[in-house]
Design a binder for this molecule. Sequence first.
Ligand code: NFE
Length: 475
Amino acid sequence: MRVVAVDPITRIEGHLKVELTVEDGRIVRARSSGALFRGIEIILVGRHPLDAQRITTRICGVCPIAHSTAASFALDEALGISQDIPQNGRILRNLIYAANWLHNHILHFYHLSLPDYVSFRGLPLSEFLSSGVEEERFSSEENEKLVQHYLAALEVRRKAHELLALLGGKMPHDMAIVPGGVCFRPDPATLLAFRFRLAEIRGFLENIYVSDVLLLCRRYADYFEIGKVRRLLTFGAFPEGNFGLEGRLFPAGLVKDGEPEKFDPQQILEGVESSWYRGEKAHPWENSTQPDPQKVEGYSWVKAPRYKGEAYEVGPAARVALSLLWGPQDFRILARELLGEAGVGPEALSSVMGRHLSRAIEAVFLAKRMDGWLSQVDLDQPVAKAFHVPPEAEGQGLTDAPRGALGHWVRIKDGKIAHYQVISPTTWNASPRDERGKPGPIEEALEGTKVGDNALLVAGRIVRSFDPCMACAVQ
Ligand code: NFE
């Protein structure tokens, strides 16, 4: 038996530590641990409610628009205007947010994951980039092509940031999404520039990204059986009609052992049994953040959210699984086609390769949908709803972020924030054990995996397939 600690196991996006106990070439126990405390929920208390949206976007430089969006949804509800957001406000928010998704998926595949599979031998920075991949599943031409696309993707990511900034003002931390809608009115030239940039990015997604992901899926088909969780949860994303959980482009729901279920936000409880906090398991409306760095049973700053008492994987696999059942017809056609090309069915989504394939499916679909949204912007109509901040109110903002289900909960008293809680995607995925000793999703995906002498490489592939972001995971 040996114990291996990998710290950090994430390439960027904060430091996730994973401790593995390996026995007879198999991971028998895994502990995932967030090593940095943030305290954003505490900082927010006592501030003006509108600060929530500006401050929480700073939680993360990779998915800032996710927090901008969730905070705006929570404040819309608290201000009593959720159902009055003008169509332009809804569409422009979606476009800004979706641009961030495209960037995130390209970043994850090429720059955070590909070094786990391709060889960078002979290239500058090879020692820095390589995960020590020695197996040769790609021909040298394929390897060379993927390395070239790694470099090309840097440029495409810059374009995706520019796309976002055209409507969002800047990246990271957009200036446009606000409670009520957006705070600026684009002119026709800006919309045209957006369409032009989007077409360039779509070209890369459709012609290069998808075929690179399919190539990886073919060469590493065994990884459709590795890193499974089997319980999937999504809050859904991108309102296309009314606000709320219904009418989203990607529908909300859960899939447990292949069976879909409606999602009920009241069933979320967050525990701190193995986390360095005081307190009892509670719903985010009642929960608090009381750091206790000396807690003996603790091994992580990440809390442990559970749905009906169970740990759920959140992220692209959950969205694709649900959208295949309840999503738009054109999504189902695309998803079935790409799953067919990879030679797998929906049961393979919750796996290392399933997560990569899911991101590719939704990125291609989303970019096409964005083009349609753009045509719906009506420059003669309002972009925001005016509001007054009430002295007492509360609001819940639920959306999926690129990495999965994200929730913000705000309570206002005496015109100030009295309570703020965030549960982000990586809080779900990287959560530690709960009061029943049940592992979090990343721990579960690791445990039982045969790794032989390659514990670091295989565990790295499993953990990084979730795209963990520790900046988001701890609040
Ligand atoms: Ni910091 Fe994020 C996304 C959020 S992950 S990247 O996607 O919320 O926990």
